[in-house]
Every structure is written in C-alpha cells, then in structure tokens.
Design a binder for this molecule. Structure first.
Ligand code: NDP
Length: 243
C-alpha cells in the first residue's frame, strides 16, 4: 500500500490536501492534534470519494509523541511505505515582538520548525531513503518569504522551514526524493477567519482570498511522479500578492 502522511489533515488546507492525494490513489494517514470530529470528517470525505485512509493522532510539537505514535505506525506497517509526506500542521500566535510571550514564540517554532524536523527524519529513516523514492512537501507561508509585522515568530518558523527545504533537497536528491515548499498567501480557513477579506482583497491582484483546494492542487502536482525534476523550490500561491 502506498501511503501519504498529511500533518494537520483534520481541517483547512490539510483536509484539501488529504482529498487531493486520496484521489491520486494514496492511502492517507490523516494526522491531527486534538480535533477528533473534524479529523473523522476528513476521513469520511476520503471514503466518500472512494479512497482509503486512517487517523493518526499526534502532536507535531512533541517529539516523544511523534516517536511513539508515528514511529509505532511505521514499525507496525513495514510493508506500507510513506511515499508522500506533507508537513502542513501549523499555528499562529500573533503579537508584536516587544510584547511577545515566551510561549507564543516557543509554540509556533515548535509546531512548524521542530515538527518538520522530527516528522521528516522519522519518515526518511522509516523507509523513504531505502525505497529511493519520495515526495516531501512543506507548507510554508508568504510570511516566511516577506516577513509580516506581528508575526516574527511565525515568519521565523516558516523561513526556517524554507531553508531546511533547500538544504534537505540537496541531501536526498540522489535517492529519488524531492523536497519542495508551497507558500500560500491568504487562504480561506479557520486560521484566517478573523481577517476581513472585503477590505484586504484590494491589495491582492486576483482580488480574493484563495481556496484550500487551490493550494492542494499545487501539492498534488509536486507529489506526482512527473514532478521528479522539481526540487528545492518554493512555490507561491498567493494570487499575485508577492513574488
Ligand atoms: P487551520 O488552522 O485551518 O488547521 C490547522 C491544522 O493543523 C489542523 O488540522 C490542526 O489540527 C493541525 N495542527 C495544529 N497544531 C498541530 C500540532 N501541534 N500537531 C498536529 N497537528 C496540528 O490551518 P490552515 O489550514 O489555514 O493552515 C495549514 C498550514 O498552512 C499551516 O502550516 C499554516 O501555517 C499554513 N498557511 C496557511 C495560510 C492561510 O491563509 N490559511 C497562509 C499561509 C500558510 P486540529 O484540528 O486537531 O487542531
């Protein structure tokens, strides 16, 4: 069975990515942190589309939890390789740096940057390197490219993942593994629900926020076998907001 692991697959962009990859024939490991109801909904949408998957609950900011749950799954599923890894789980805890609490900094860095490291290392060593084939796609952000005020923690975390994407791509290219990043602008999910699209759309050339499916489409492309000569890239999906 060919598997794809999507961290933060219970909602938003992650859910759309799960559905896209399920449509490409992958058995989907739907990771989530705590929202069991939404994770179960993603799984039933996958099943409705004729796909298959399972839920895998672990906290990407907790390396012990990753080792226990994901490591346990890999050990118990020696024949089912994770061919596609989408590091999508992310949070924001905005605030100006001068007033930022330790926890705001730590939580955001741990979820995006530490999460990327511990999950990716496990998946690489858990079969991807041996199989000599893989697709790793990291969901970063416009913030990690441009920097956004009020998001020094989030911008630093995402910029860190962009650097790691480029470095890792050079380490594993010879093993048939590509590593790319996708950098969305403003996408309609729970994360942006408090933003005023009507006011903000004026600064976006296509004059609207994006849909999770529009990000998933790019992830599906980078995950496809045909995208084998694209690696170490950062693909912006932001309606022309920044290039
Ligand atoms: P949502 O807030 O809609 O969903 C977040 C997802 O991440 C949920 O599935 C959540 O699980 C999961 N998650 C959060 N923390 C953890 C954790 N510690 N361990 C495991 N899973 C976790 O976010 P979006 O869909 O909007 O964002 C997805 C990614 O895209 C993020 O990395 C975000 O930074 C990035 N992004 C989003 C943009 C946007 O405009 N929406 C723009 C640019 C980048 P649970 O349901 O259990 O809480």
């Amino acid at each position: 069975m060919k598997c794809a692991l999507v961290t933060g697959g219970s909602r938003g962009i992650g859910r759309a990515v799960c559905l896209k990859l399920a449509g490409m024939g992958y058995h989907i490991l739907v990771n989530y942190k705590s929202n069991e109801t939404e994770a179960a909904k993603t799984l039933s949408l996958i099943n409705e589309k004729g796909g298959s998957g399972e839920l895998l609950r672990f906290d990407v900011s907790d390396k012990n939890d990753i080792q226990k749950v994901l490591g346990g799954w890999i050990e118990a599923n020696a024949d089912n390789l994770i061919e596609v890894l989408v590091n999508n789980a992310g949070i924001k805890e905005d605030g100006l740096l001068m007033w930022m609490k330790d926890a705001q900094w730590d939580n955001v860095i741990r979820t995006s940057l530490d999460g990327f490291f511990y999950v990716t290392r496990l998946v690489l060593n858990g079969g991807m390197l041996l199989k000599k084939y893989g697709r790793i796609i990291n969901i970063v952000s416009l913030s990690g490219l441009k920097g956004l005020p009020g998001q020094t923690n989030y911008s630093a975390a995402k910029a860190g993942v962009i650097g790691a994407t480029k470095a890792l791509a050079q380490e594993v290219g010879r093993r048939g593994i590509t590593v790319n990043a996708v950098a969305p602008g403003f996408i309609k999910t729970d994360m942006t629900v408090a933003l005023n699209e009507k006011e903000m759309k004026a600064m976006i050339p296509v004059q609207r926020f994006g849909e999770p499916e529009e990000v998933a489409h790019a992830v599906g492309f980078l995950a496809s076998p045909d995208a084998s000569y694209i690696t170490a890239e950062v693909l912006s999906i932001n309606g022309g907001l920044y290039s």
